[in-house]
Design a protein around this ligand. Structure first.
Ligand SMILES: C[S@@+](CC[C@H](N)C(=O)[O-])C[C@H]1O[C@@H](n2cnc3c(N)ncnc32)[C@H](O)[C@@H]1O
Length: 259
């Protein structure tokens, strides 16, 4: 009779421990290699921890106390230092907005994370961003496997972001220069829309281009004063509900929004 070999319970336990030790060694050497390749890996990990502390502290406002695992992976992967001017790359992982030229800023990482969480992006969804700026928020959305469409009104910023997307290999981002107030009708409707500049009203074309079941996030209020991050949800019947989430401070949405 042929008997299959079955290790005793004790031996199975020892084998499992050995396997876990081999795995741990492999993982730590990969992490070590990643750190050698990417001198920013440690500061990026620290930034993610700070974002998570903010998330916990704003649990009641945001409606969740921790980062979604996919969002955490995106923030751990996207190289924020590649989206700031060279002379600021050492400060890229501080949890603060930084100047990107033309009087504009790359937003604070925690605020980018909060807006991303509110959008609840699923893989393959179409997401429109108004206010490309550096391109960092678009890259985070792209890392969530969305199809990203982003519009920037300042030509120099829009062109620089487009070059950056190409260099970094974000081929699921389409970008253009123009006034985002009118959205991007050729690519509508969108599952989610994010406006990363402040306005005293929601541009009606953006609401029209939002799918039923869609989400829109915008800093609403005085473009030069007090603003609230607003989440707008459109239900399957096309009705919208809104909720004010957090006080924020964004640069103004310019162009038609101010006319
Ligand atoms: C706070 S910055 C955006 C940060 C950006 N999302 C990032 O990840 O770096 C706001 C951007 O919105 C742009 N903007 C303002 N009004 C706009 C409009 N009507 N259409 C498109 N972009 C606009 C500004 O030029 C600026 O680059």
């Amino acid at each position: 009779m042929i008997r299959s070999y079955r290790p005793s319970t004790r031996w199975r336990h020892v084998l499992r421990l050995l396997l876990a030790a081999v795995n741990a060694l492999a993982i730590s050497s990969v992490a070590g290699a990643a750190e050698e390749d990417d001198p920013y890996a440690k500061s990026r990990a620290a930034m993610v921890r700070v974002i998570e502390q903010h998330m916990a502290a704003t649990r009641s406002e945001l409606g969740r106390g921790q980062l979604d695992a996919r969002v955490r992976t995106a923030f751990s992967a996207v190289p924020r230092h590649a989206f700031v001017p060279d002379d600021l790359s050492r400060r890229a992982y501080e949890d603060r907005p930084l100047p990107i030229g033309f009087g504009q800023t790359i937003s604070q990482p925690f605020i980018v994370a909060a807006m991303t969480e509110l959008l609840e992006v699923r893989p393959g969804e179409r997401v429109l961003e108004i206010g490309t700026g550096s391109g960092y928020q678009a890259a985070i959305l792209a890392a969530l496997d969305a199809k990203v469409f982003t519009i920037e009104i300042i030509p120099e910023l829009g062109e620089a972001a487009r070059t950056r997307f190409k260099r970094l290999g974000y081929d699921n981002i389409a970008s253009r220069v123009g006034d985002g107030y009118d959205g991007w009708p050729e690519h509508a409707p969108f599952d989610a829309i994010i406006v990363t500049a402040a306005s005293n009203h929601i541009p009606p074309p953006l609401l029209e281009q939002l799918k039923p079941d869609g989400r829109l996030v915008i800093p609403l209020g005085n473009p030069f004063g007090a603003q609230q991050l607003l989440i707008v949800r459109k239900d399957t019947a096309g009705r919208t509900t809104t909720r004010k989430v957090l006080p924020v401070r964004f640069v103004p949405l310019t162009g038609r929004a101010q006319k």
